[in-house]
Ligand binder design. Structure first.
Ligand code: ATP
Ligand code: MG
Length: 213
C-alpha cells in the first residue's frame, strides 16, 4: 500500500502515528547513508580548497577557515594578493593571535595601469607564499585573491601548480578569487562557487565595516 492509501484508511490518531513512523524510517535511512559515508572517509591529508565565483563570501570563507584553525591551535599563514585597505578586520583579529600576514603593499589594485610594477609586487609577495608552502610547521595557508595573479600572468601558473603539488603532505591551502583557472580547480580537493544573486553595492550602498572589510 502506498503511504497516501495507508493514511486514507486510518483514523486521525493512527494517521498521526503512521506519519511519525514513516518519518522515523526515512530519517533512519538517511542516517545509514551518512554513517556509511563517514565510515568510508578514512583518509587524512592536506587539502587544497578553492572558493571562486562572482558572489560575495569568498575571502570571508577563507578567513573563516583561518579563524577556525587558529581556534584549534593550528599554525596559519595568510597571503593577500591584492592591495587592500590597511584597516582590515580579519587582519586586526588574526594578527593578535600570531597569524602572519603577507600583503601586496604596492602595485595591483582594481585601477592598475603599470604591469611591470604590479608584476614586481606580485612576485615579492609570492616569495613569502612559497616560504609558507614549503614549511611543514605551517598547517594552513590562505592565498587570498591569488587567482588574479595567475590570470593576469603576474605569477606563472605552472610555478603555482608545482609549488602547491610539492607542499608538505598534511598542509591545507585555501585559494580564493574570481575566475579560478581550471587547472587549479582540477587539482583541488574541494571547490565551491559562490553565485551572486544580488549585492547591496549595486543598489548604491557603500562598503560596510565588518561586512566588507
Ligand atoms: P568578501 O571579502 O566580502 O568575502 P569576496 O572575497 O567574495 O568578498 P571579492 O571579489 O574579493 O569578493 O570582492 C571584495 C569586495 O567586493 C567586498 O567588499 C565585497 O563585498 C565586494 N563584492 C563581492 N562580490 C560582489 C558582487 N557580486 N557585487 C558587488 N560587490 C561585490
Ligand atoms: Mg575576496
Amino acid at each position: 500500500m502506498t503511504e497516501q492509501k495507508e493514511l486514507d484508511t486510518q483514523t486521525d490518531a493512527t494517521r498521526e502515528q503512521t506519519k511519525k513512523q514513516k518519518h522515523k524510517e526515512r530519517q533512519q535511512k538517511v542516517k545509514e547513508k551518512v554513517d556509511a559515508k563517514i565510515a568510508k572517509a578514512t583518509e587524512d591529508k592536506g587539502l587544497l580548497l578553492v572558493v571562486t565565483g562572482n558572489g560575495k563570501g569568498k575571502s570571508t570563507a577563507g578567513f573563516g577557515m583561518a579563524a577556525r584553525s587558529v581556534g584549534h591551535g593550528l599554525n596559519v599563514g595568510v597571503v593577500q594578493f591584492i592591495k587592500g585597505t590597511w584597516d582590515c578586520g580579519e587582519r586586526n583579529l588574526l594578527e593578535q593571535h600570531g597569524v602572519p600576514f603577507y600583503v601586496m603593499a604596492t602595485g595591483f589594485t582594481w585601477e592598475t595601469q603599470d604591469k611591470e610594477k604590479d608584476t614586481a609586487a606580485a612576485q615579492a609577495v609570492w616569495q613569502d607564499a612559497k616560504k609558507l608552502l614549503s614549511d611543514p610547521s605551517v598547517n594552513v595557508v590562505l592565498l587570498d585573491e591569488i587567482t588574479y595573479m595567475t590570470n593576469y600572468g603576474y605569477i606563472d601558473l605552472d610555478e603555482v601548480i608545482d609549488t602547491l603539488a610539492n607542499r608538505p603532505a598534511d598542509q591545507h591551502v585555501v585559494i580564493t578569487g574570481r575566475a579560478c583557472h581550471r587547472r587549479i580547480i582540477e587539482m583541488a580537493d574541494t571547490v565551491s562557487e559562490v553565485q551572486s544573486i544580488k549585492h547591496a553595492f549595486e543598489a548604491g550602498i557603500k562598503v560596510q565595516k565588518g561586512i566588507d572589510w
